[in-house]
Design a protein around this ligand. Structure first.
Ligand SMILES: C[S@@+](CC[C@H](N)C(=O)[O-])C[C@H]1O[C@@H](n2cnc3c(N)ncnc32)[C@H](O)[C@@H]1O
Length: 304
């Protein structure tokens, strides 16, 4: 307990501690790989500086950047703590902040207004480092009698957005969800009482992917070419390489609809719905009894 993040939280007086919201036992586990690393942690919402002090004393080498709308929060800068005065309602400021800071960890404990929380996630998450963590606190404000007060101009509440991303992460083929772009960046999502921690997909470096390609060449089995094609696309974004590899699977096993289906999935993710439809139709022709393939063809047709 003495050296736990919760102990630092109690000593510094943040409401994140077990005396109040009890978020810190989750954060200690989630942030364990960053404890001794020279990371940048960005927190929106400084108030009296309690959590900034907690983060900078617990994370031994981190640069802790606090953002608050109130100019008087500038007084909480010092040592490894930097303060910026800005609003999370300002999309251009957020985009610039993300570009300049490139954080490894982001904590949204700011206005808690639904439109701000959603705008901040959409704008800052793409700038979070691969393998980084994005935390949103106090989502329980968005349910029950007081929820309307926290809505702002948004039609949705933050948990709607995170639940949609969670659905796509666990089931990427979920049709017709415009959060696909955010989901593709996401490795996992963890919900806890009052909050969510979204882990961004780590990038495998191109060299790792190339080593795998050498192994796939040696194995030279259709299903392995097919798996590798999606792996290469997900990790490098190289559509041409992915298509070439899934075509190797098709050449080796032309009557297997799974490879045409994989080609269709890759082309769809690569923003080529027309190509995805042609491949899905080929897959469906190879296995006309498969209702899932039929439904996929119909869904792709409706989008073109
Ligand atoms: C809950 S307090 C932060 C508490 C602090 N993180 C801690 O644990 O000690 C919320 C802070 O968000 C700030 N805030 C409110 N609206 C904001 C906005 N639009 N942009 C940035 N900060 C905002 C408030 O000024 C307030 O200081």
């Amino acid at each position: 307990m003495e050296n736990s993040l919760d102990a630092y939280g109690i000593l510094n007086g943040t409401d994140k501690s077990s005396l109040n919201h009890d978020y810190l036992r989750h954060y200690e586990r989630i942030l364990e790989p960053f404890r001794s690393e020279p990371i940048t942690l960005l927190e929106i919402g400084i108030f009296h500086g309690a959590s900034l002090n907690m983060w900078s004393s617990y994370l031994e080498k981190a640069l802790v950047v606090g953002v608050d709308i109130r100019p008087e929060c500038a007084q909480y800068a010092g040592g490894r703590r930097e303060v910026e005065i800005g609003s999370q309602a300002d999309k251009e400021y957020l985009a610039d902040l993300g570009r300049r800071r490139q954080p490894h960890v982001i904590v949204d404990d700011g206005s808690h207004q639904a439109d701000h929380v959603i705008l901040t996630f959409r704008t800052l998450y793409p700038h979070l480092r691969p393998g980084g963590i994005y935390i949103v606190e106090d989502m329980h404000f968005h349910a029950g009698a007081g929820a309307a007060h926290w809505r702002g101009s948004s039609d949705a509440v933050p948990q709607d957005l995170f639940l949609r991303i969670a659905r796509l992460v666990s089931c990427p083929e979920t049709e017709g969800d415009e959060e696909r772009g955010l989901a593709r960046m996401t490795d996992s999502i963890e919900f806890f009482w009052g909050g969510v921690a979204v882990r961004k997909r780590p990038t495998k470096n191109r060299a790792d992917v190339a080593v795998r390609r050498g192994l796939v060449e040696r194995a030279n089995q259709p299903k392995i070419w097919s798996w590798y094609a999606l792996h290469a696309f997900n990790n490098t974004g190289d559509l041409a390489e992915a298509v070439e590899c899934v075509r190797r699977a098709i050449d080796l096993e032309p009557k297997n609809p799974e490879h045409q289906d994989m080609l269709s999935v890759i082309l769809e993710h690569g923003s080529d719905p027309a190509g995805a439809l042609v491949a899905a139709e080929d897959a469906s022709r190879l296995n006309p009894a498969d209702n899932r393939l039929k439904a996929r063809v119909a869904a792709l047709r409706s989008r073109i």
